[in-house]
Design a protein around this ligand. Structure first.
Ligand code: ARG
Length: 491
């Protein structure tokens, strides 16, 4: 370092990195700099703690690039073999934990390349020909996202399978259906559970779509303008398993749509899971008593011995906030970036990795909880004794006797009022009392107060009638088989 700049650095109190370190660094990317990087700059700009998770993808990507370099005759056969061998050694050293990550080399790409150059000082420095960290980080991130999508999709499909299995055993269990968290109309428990199957199936489709968005090879874009050599990008795509190659190098190095789409899908899954958790928390309460959670998935209270708390469900619900915030972080980070790569984009990994981990782990434990949940048929049935839940069925009874719906609705309301005022349930009213309010009512009105009759009368396609639910379960089983095949193809 020049003595002037040394003095200046000392004056502003910024410690420099040591001589040995600065040599290593300047050999690497600091060719044009006269001054060393300040330690706080090195620390501030380093992303190795986060992007070291991309190590395997980085090496896989480098090997594909190496083959393209060989094909373009930029490296010889011997050099290619040596570089490949050392890259695989580094991969193994990382796996076994003997690799030393070093903050001074900023990120995973430079840590690996630095080590490669140590191991192969002559051929190693050729690897970065016709490549930039900008296309390298893009390809690594795409490989990572594709892999995470596969993991999340696998577990999501398992959950969908569980929901269908539960529904198959619970078609005939009838529960109160709610709107505004008030008793609305009786529904099959299977129908309720399968509403979540529908949500998770849409999420699965979303995962398929964002897999497509990530499945584009961006390697070979260079820093932003493309590269000077005859790099066979199709060969790279084939080696790395990408369906397409990107068409615009500037877009390639600065596109993070695939990450945003993935984070959006993760947010949707988290939101759906959170709603389901909320529902189970309510069902698990003393007031509802519809379900009992397995001991393994509940916690006790430090002072109240009677408690068995649904903490896991609450945490899944709670973590949803973080997942949605990560989507926003990514959007906000991207929204004002001019083309092409900007260092802001280094902040893209954390929100995606965090959300992918959270959602994956939430799905994993939620699947176990729902699989082992115990439904209390007795408690559920007791809630159906509230026969005001059949108010809409009374209106339907009247419509079938040619009274227009609006009028029928009003009469049913009068009946409810009458029953409430006289402190009686609907099934305990006498037929004469009914007739006083509306004379078309006969003694068959009492057939209405039956959960099964009520449910089976909702026979529109998509309704809760048991035969409708059974039929749709068959469709779902076929759909699951199709999605299994889709996942097989991604392997
Ligand atoms: N660590 C950077 C990232 O994750 C790698 C790309 C760096 N490129 C650059 N021109 N500084 O985004």
């Amino acid at each position: 370092m020049h003595s002037k700049s040394k003095k200046r650095a000392a004056a502003i109190g910024v410690p420099k990195i040591g001589k040995k370190e600065s040599e290593a660094r300047s050999n690497f990317v600091r060719g044009r700099f006269k001054e060393d990087i300040a330690k706080i700059t090195a620390d501030f700009t380093s992303s190795i703690d986060i992007d070291k998770r991309l190590a395997d993808f980085d090496i896989t990507g480098s090997i594909a690039h190496l083959y393209a370099l060989r094909k373009a005759d930029i490296v010889g056969e011997k050099e290619k073999k040596a570089i490949e061998k050392f890259l695989l050694k580094i991969k193994n050293d990382i796996k076994t934990g003997i690799f030393k990550f070093d903050k001074r080399y900023e990120d995973i790409h430079m840590n690996i390349e630095k080590r490669l150059i140590e191991l192969a000082p002559v051929s190693g420095p050729k690897l970065h020909t016709a490549r930039s960290r900008n296309d390298q980080v893009s390809i690594d991130f795409r490989l990572y996202v594709k892999n995470e999508i596969k993991k999340v999709a696998r577990i999501l499909l398992d959950l969908r399978f569980e929901l269908v299995s539960i529904a198959k055993c619970r078609t005939g269990t009838i529960i109160p259906g709610y709107t505004h968290l008030q008793h609305a109309q009786p529904v099959s428990l299977a129908h309720h559970i399968l509403a979540y199957y529908e949500m998770f199936t849409r999420d699965f489709e979303r995962l398929k779509n964002c897999y497509g968005a990530a499945d584009v090879l961006t390697l070979g874009s260079g820093a932003l303008a493309g590269v000077d050599f005859e790099i066979d990008r199709r060969l790279e795509a084939k080696m790395l398993g990408f369906a397409k190659i990107s068409r615009n190098s500037m877009d390639s190095v600065s596109d993070r749509d695939f990450a945003l789409e993935f984070n959006f899908t993760l947010s949707m899954i988290a939101m759906h899971l959170s709603r389901f958790c909320e529902e189970l928390i309510i069902w698990n309460s003393e007031e509802f008593g519809f379900i009992e959670l397995k001991d393994e998935f509940t916690t006790g209270s430090s002072i109240m011995p009677q408690k068995k708390n649904p903490d896991v469900l609450e945490l899944i619900r709670g973590k949803t906030g973080g997942v949605i915030s990560n989507l926003l972080s990514l959007f906000i980070m991207m929204k004002a970036l001019p083309l092409a790569y900007n260092r802001d984009m280094q902040e893209d990994k954390k929100p995606v990795m965090e959300s992918a981990d959270t959602v994956y782990n939430s799905l994993l434990i939620f699947k176990e909880i729902i699989k082992t949940v115990n439904f209390s048929a007795k408690n559920i049935l007791s809630k159906l004794e509230d026969d005001f839940i059949y108010a809409t069925d009374i209106a339907t009874y009247l419509v079938k006797r040619r009274i227009p719906f609006r009028k029928s609705h009003e009469i049913a309301g009068q009946i409810i009022n009458y029953a409430k005022e006289n402190k009686k349930t609907l099934s305990k009213l006498k037929v004469e009392e009914y007739k006083k309010i509306c004379d078309v009512i006969e003694s068959d009105i009492f057939d209405v107060f039956n959960p099964l009759t009520s449910v089976n009368s909702k026979k529109s396609y998509g309704g809760t009638a048991l035969n409708r639910v059974e039929a749709v379960i068959n469709d779902y089983e076929e759909e699951i088989k199709r999605d299994e095949k889709f996942l097989e193809r991604l392997k």
